[in-house]
Design a protein around this ligand. Sequence first.
Ligand code: SF4
Length: 209
Amino acid sequence: MHRTKVTNVFLRLKKFFPNSRIELKFKSNFELFIAVLLSSRTKDAQVNFVTKNLFSKANNPYNMIKLGEKIKYYIKSIGFFNRKTDFILKSCNILLKKFNGKIPSKRKHLESLPGIGRKSANVILNVAFGFETIAVDTHVLRVSNRIGLSNSNNLRNVENTLDNIVPKEFKISCHSLLVLQGRYICKSKRPNCKICKINDLCKFYKNNL
Ligand code: SF4
């Protein structure tokens, strides 16, 4: 896609979602870290539902370890809660031992923590530390391919493509803009192309007129 067209896509998305940000709720980098870890294969709304109570009991690695297996009681309504409890406890131990209880700001350190892969690390680097990383989840993948920004089902390929073509001024909000577009307009089963602000720029729309 031509650079001017890419810029137009993001200008319009930014206008439509002026205060774009991720929808996970958190008050600190630690809470963001836990929310991102829990959001794997789970909707943000479900994560926010469980973290409200969880964070009132434990909002730092030390208290989370103290809570121990009782974490399961708070997160049992979300998928893979046994596995996620294990990841939380192991990660909190590492945070205390290696990082002074703080969330590290380097990719290699984040990805060394159980339950944190590249996509999660990208979200944390972007949201907590302001890096221009672009996390590619199912929404970002689908929307990018439909618009014609990318053409691949490989998450890493799409991340690299977006990294190359998205203008610098939109990189920091790229993830949240594409997620919001995917969640509210360009839905998986029934994209709402009629009201979509970028339909004249979209490859999918053009091919399905
Ligand atoms: S025109 Fe349709 S397919 Fe294209 S981005 Fe908008 S909602 Fe998605």
